[in-house]
Design a protein around this ligand. Structure first.
Ligand SMILES: Nc1nc2c(ncn2[C@@H]2O[C@H](COP(=O)(O)OP(=O)(O)OP(=O)(O)O)[C@@H](O)[C@H]2O)c(=O)[nH]1
Ligand SMILES: [Mg+2]
Length: 443
């Protein structure tokens, strides 16, 4: 495993702004021929970090448009290479003409995320920061955007780096203890010191795992699945929560078949809400499949809202149910006595009581919010940190149980390597391909 797998070659170009008609479109160029392309297209000599108002020239020196051209001399640029940005009028036709001129001059179309991949390969950022670029672009809520910005600024990498340093410290001590007998070691290199260092590193590991879990939630959003028997008003509640008539509502039991999903935000946090088919036995194959999907969606949800008709409130089995919604409260004649905090009596029809449920959902984010330093993270990070932690715990057990220190050192090295996967110090071409393919072109 080696970070610098392959240096990328060629000068790449792509539209960096969104496609379609716009006030302004930005075309970005990066690579060794950038200066040459800049001079050909603007008929001006590129000056580092200077914004020049200029004419853009196409093939045969034909004028295409006028706009602003900026040149960033490498390595002080986004990608670490020479970079140019042409801001033209936002017509897709103009963008196409400028790009065609660049291709004619020997440039090629950038692959998805290739600018950021170059930034990573040229040590302008590590892998978690590169991923944070995508998180930031894709963020649909203010909280996610702020957390992604923190990861981009290197806060996540720093947390990983701090633990890696602690593991290195432990490893160095273990290696020293391997090489020298107890008598030759001063008191800073004794087993008690080793144990306290292990304990400190373990604490940091556990904190990081928790922060990473929260980071994944902040990035992906909470998934809330609405479940219950047919006709209890699941789709009505779904529509109320989402503020739209997205799901079909009808008095016929078994209306919803497939999963209906909607992304919303509550207090600036992203949520994905799923409406599901009513749970019942059915001979109908399509309905059976719908029920199967509903059960699967329930298993993978962060939170399940179990909906019932409020008239049945006395007979509901409350065991093992996290959030119970008693719907159709508007049809009740007498008010049930309910004081459990996880039971919500409401009417999806009138909206009464829905706010209390939304507050309860928002409370699930308190953890994430209380983390001033919340970052965005991915499952991939949690897997590698988890692997590192497992190896680290084996090392700790080895020390406590007086196992051979060379085995302990081996586990610590394994822990370090797994941590290095997070920031991309060690990585594989496959992983890079996987990460950057989800980027948009031009980033
Ligand atoms: N009075 C009253 N009627 C409601 C309320 N919520 C839903 N309904 C009615 O109950 C019926 C079923 O509503 P849906 O939202 O389609 O129920 P569902 O649980 O999604 O049903 P399936 O998709 O068949 O599983 C419809 O006629 C709704 O108008 C409520 O709070 N009060
Ligand atoms: Mg429904």
């Amino acid at each position: 495993m080696n970070k610098k797998i392959k240096k990328v070659t060629g000068t790449i170009a792509a539209q960096a702004s969104a496609r379609g008609a716009a006030g302004i479109s930005v075309i970005r160029v990066s690579g060794p021929q950038t200066k040459e392309f800049f001079s050909e297209i603007t008929k001006k000599t590129p000056v580092d970090r200077n914004a020049a108002y200029t004419t853009f020239y196409g093939s045969n020196d034909k004028e295409i448009d006028s706009g602003v051209a900026v040149f960033f001399e490498g390595p002080k640029s986004y990608t670490g290479e020479d970079v140019a940005e042409f801001s033209s009028h936002g017509s897709p036709a103009i963008v196409e003409m400028i790009l065609n001129r660049i291709y004619e001059l020997g440039g090629r179309e950038a692959q998805p995320g290739e600018f950021t991949k170059r930034a990573y390969l040229n040590d302008k950022m590590d892998l978690t920061q590169a991923e944070a670029v995508a998180d930031l672009i894709e963020s649909t809520s203010a909280r996610t955007a702020i957390a992604a910005k923190r990861s981009l600024a290197g806060e996540f990498s720093k947390k990983v780096g701090d633990i890696s340093n602690k593991v290195t410290g432990v490893r160095v001590l273990v290696e020293t203890m391997l090489d020298f007998s107890d008598q030759d070691l001063d008191e800073t290199k004794h087993p008690e010191t080793l144990l306290s260092m292990l304990e400190e590193a373990k604490d940091s590991f556990e904190k990081l795992i928790e922060q990473t879990r929260i980071g994944i939630r902040v990035r992906n959003g909470l998934v809330i699945t609405i479940m219950g028997e047919p006709n209890v008003g699941k789709s009505s509640l779904f529509n109320k929560i989402c503020g739209s008539e997205r799901a079909i509502v009808s008095s016929k039991a078994g209306t919803t078949r497939d999963i209906v999903s909607e992304n919303i935000t509550i207090d600036g946090f992203p949520l994905k809400v799923l409406d599901t088919a009513g749970l019942r036995y059915s001979e109908d194959e399509i309905e059976q499949e719908g029920v199967k999907r509903a059960l699967e969606a329930g298993k993978s949800a962060d939170m399940v809202l179990e909906v019932f008709d409020a008239k049945d409130w006395k007979t509901i089995n409350r065991e093992n149910k996290s959030t119970i919604v008693l719907n159709k409260s508007d049809l009740l004649e007498d008010n049930p006595q309910l004081d459990e905090p996880n039971i919500f009596l409401l009417s999806a029809k009138t909206g009464k009581g829905v706010d209390r449920l939304l507050d309860h959902i928002a409370d699930q984010f308190i953890d994430a919010d209380s983390h001033e330093s919340s970052i965005t993270a991915r499952e991939r990070h949690l897997r590698s940190i988890g692997d590192a932690y497992t190896a680290f715990c084996k090392a700790e057990k080895g020390v406590v149980e007086n196992e051979a220190l060379d085995l302990v050192a081996e586990e610590l090295l394994q822990a370090q390597n797994s941590l290095a996967e997070v920031t991309g110090e060690f990585t594989t071409e496959d992983l890079l391909g996987e990460i950057f393919k989800s980027f948009c072109i031009g980033k």
